[in-house]
Design a protein around this ligand. Structure first.
Ligand code: SAH
Ligand code: SF4
Length: 386
């Protein structure tokens, strides 16, 4: 890490020292705080309006609040807890990846992907990951810590602010590297596919989702959010019972236990048959289409037989398969499947009547797969190919 970056982290650490991350707060909680401070509770809504709609970075700017209240808020809470340590924009000008420093000096990744009328943000839920999938850069780091809810919410706010600045023509040098269509005024979609296992940080995940979804928050539709999991069965069942209609994706990658034990080691705890039961429960409870993710790895899980196993495992389910050609990570023995293998794999699924797509690749040149940029920063350089 450069001296300048180090200095910046110390600055945010000092700035947010002793203060709580504002974005972790729910509206009722802030109303209670206002009440405790002898303020009318409607002040909480005014603060939320400034924070989520105006994207204020400083309580001092909240012009319709009394000065003493603005000062007290600023002593207690912080609206800026993430600082970009590195920004990367892909050559196609549609993907912006930020390595974001947290107040304790840890770093996470978040990615903005622009595609037609969509602006999708890929957020991290943990620093590193405990699951340890051998092809994944986050898995190689182990789990450092959970993100708090505010740190999850603020990744989205970070890109909302960026889009706002872009349209205002004040996004600077970064802004000149990217092209934002006029109809994209704010973040439209969210995927929890950055670093970490979101369902292993369940309560913070849902607190964040609720602030992002609330009308008084960022007002993003739950149906525009997708949480991806490696297969934490009891949490999938709990997820199915949540009232918000958030989508779920399961990272399957193998449909037989021998192979999946290796690729997604949580499989040893909740094997494929148990995972399929939870998947069926999710579909029956929510009536929503489930997604499966399958990172295609050369010679590991890309044979037509593997596709047959997949088709048999999920046959009859209301589901969709996303085939993702692997983004190879260095220091791992895994390579991306050839175009022919990708095509043949897909053909088997299609022959079984299983809806599938090969995920359009975004930001391969900027290590957009989860944890890759951070891994590179730490010296585990990533290998990318077209
Ligand atoms: N932990 C969760 C969510 C984050 S990972 C999960 O595993 O689902 C998001 C997706 O990226 C997962 O499907 C994961 O398997 C996939 N992934 C991880 N490393 C990858 C790589 N190098 N290339 C392609 N996909 C990868
Ligand atoms: Fe963790 Fe997901 Fe990476 Fe597996 S693929 S190590 S579960 S982040």
């Amino acid at each position: 890490m450069s001296a300048v970056a180090n200095q910046e982290i110390k600055l945010i650490a000092r700035a947010s020292e002793g203060r709580q991350n504002f974005w972790s707060l729910t509206l009722p909680e802030l109303e209670q705080v206002m009440d405790g401070w002898g303020q009318p509770t409607y002040r909480a809504r005014q603060v939320f309006q400034w924070a989520y709609k105006e994207l204020a970075e400083d309580f001092a700017d909240m012009g319709n609040l009394p000065r003493e209240l603005r000062e007290r808020l600023a002593e207690t809470y912080s609206l800026v807890n993430l600082r970009a340590e590195r920004d990367l924009i892909s050559k196609d000008r549609q993907t912006y990846k930020a390595l974001l420093a947290l107040p304790d000096g840890q770093t996470i990744e978040a990615v903005l992907m622009l595609y037609e009328a969509r602006a999708t943000v890929c957020v991290s839920s943990q620093v590193g990951c405990a699951i340890g999938c051998p092809f994944c850069a986050s898995g190689q780091m182990g789990l450092q810590r959970n993100l708090n809810a505010g740190e999850i919410v603020e990744q989205v706010i970070y890109f909302s602010r960026f889009l706002r600045r872009w349209h205002a023509g004040t996004a600077g040098e970064l802004g000149s590297g990217i092209t934002v269509p006029a109809e994209i005024q704010n973040v439209t979609n969210l995927v929890f596919m950055g670093m970490g296992e979101p369902l292993a940080n369940y309560n913070n995940l849902w607190r964040a989702i609720r602030n992002l979804n609330a009308a008084h928050g960022l007002a993003m539709g739950a149906r525009r959010m997708t949480v991806s999991t490696s297969g934490l069965v009891p949490r999938i069942e709990q997820f199915a019972r949540e009232p918000e209609e958030v989508n779920l994706a399961i990272s399957l990658h193998a449909a037989n236990d021998e192979l999946r034990d290796q690729m997604v080691p949580i499989n040893k705890k909740w094997p494929v048959a148990r995972l399929m039961e939870a998947a069926s429960t999710y579909i029956a409870t929510t009536n929503r289409r489930l997604s499966y993710e399958w990172a295609l790895i050369q010679g590991v899980n890309d044979a037509p037989e593997r596709a047959e196993e997949l088709a048999i495992a999920i046959k009859g389910q209301l589901c969709h398969v996303n085939v993702i050609p692997l983004n190879p990570v260095s220091n791992t023995p895994f390579h991306r499947s050839s175009r022919q293998h990708i095509h043949d794999f897909q053909a088997v699924l299609t022959a079984h009547g299983i809806p599938n797509t090969v995920r359009i690749e975004k930001g391969v040149d900027i290590q957009a797969a989860c944890g890759q940029l951070k891994a590179e920063q730490q010296g585990l350089t990533t290998v990318t190919e077209d």
